[in-house]
Design a protein around this ligand. Structure first.
Ligand SMILES: C[S@@+](CC[C@H](N)C(=O)[O-])C[C@H]1O[C@@H](n2cnc3c(N)ncnc32)[C@H](O)[C@@H]1O
Length: 210
């Protein structure tokens, strides 16, 4: 993922300035408990990590997956600087990710309690397959949270986001979550299409208990 490798150099000082106000609210939706295991899919430079760790009282485990070496290296360095020892980084195409890969990286069997994907499903090719596979990794009763942008009306920023971030903001990823989860909720969050290229939203679903 060469362009995200380059993008990683400026991501936190550009894109993240616009999105950091949403992080806490998104993390809150995961209902994390101490010792939870959470998959941060397409984790980028790791902007969700302090918010996830805060809600797990510094315990538990974050499995941080991203295809871009540059993005994940930034996230790894941030974790080192802050002494966040309970994050396992996996540089991998989410299309290929399996529980075996995760357990190999963690070094033990794991159960995934929650999945969070922020600004990821609009970017990942074959996002439907990736969504289905990662929803499949969740324990019954586990929560899946999507934060992303949805374009209802084209504005110049829609094109900008497409070109710079390779994001298809016309995707309606929450519909895939709604179709397979219970206690589904969807909410547009405050934010202008002239900033984001569409409307920010958060969608939450719980995997039905078997
Ligand atoms: C817009 S960034 C979002 C990063 C972070 N989640 C955030 O909220 O800021 C999109 C991320 O998706 C990652 N990505 C794109 N395609 C991917 C794939 N096939 N597998 C894993 N990560 C991918 C990129 O490398 C990039 O870090």
């Amino acid at each position: 993922m060469p362009s995200y490798d380059t993008f990683s150099n400026i991501y936190d000082s550009t894109v993240e300035l616009v999105y950091k106000k949403y992080r806490s609210q998104v993390a809150e939706q995961l209902h994390l408990k101490p010792n939870a295991v959470v998959l941060d899919l397409a984790c980028g430079t790791g902007p969700n990590h302090p918010h996830l760790l805060e809600r797990m009282s510094g315990t538990g485990l974050i499995i941080a997956v991203d295809y871009s070496a540059g993005m994940i290296e930034r996230a790894r360095k941030k974790a080192q600087r802050n002494g966040w020892n309970n994050i396992v980084f996996i540089q991998q195409d989410a299309n290929q990710l399996s529980l075996q890969d995760i357990e190999n990286a963690v070094g033990r069997p794991v159960q995934i309690d929650s999945v969070v994907v922020t600004l990821g499903l609009s970017v990942i090719p074959n996002w439907q397959d990736v969504f289905a596979a990662t929803f499949g990794l969740l324990v019954p009763g586990g929560r899946y949270v999507i934060f992303d942008i949805h374009t209802t009306h084209w504005v110049p920023q829609t094109w900008l986001v497409k070109v710079l971030a390779q994001a298809d903001t016309y995707r309606q990823s929450w519909k895939a979550l709604e179709a397979c989860s219970e206690d589904f909720t969807f909410e547009y969050l405050p934010g202008s299409a002239h900033v984001h290229g569409g409307r920010p939203f958060v969608a939450v679903g719980q995997k039905p208990a078997v």
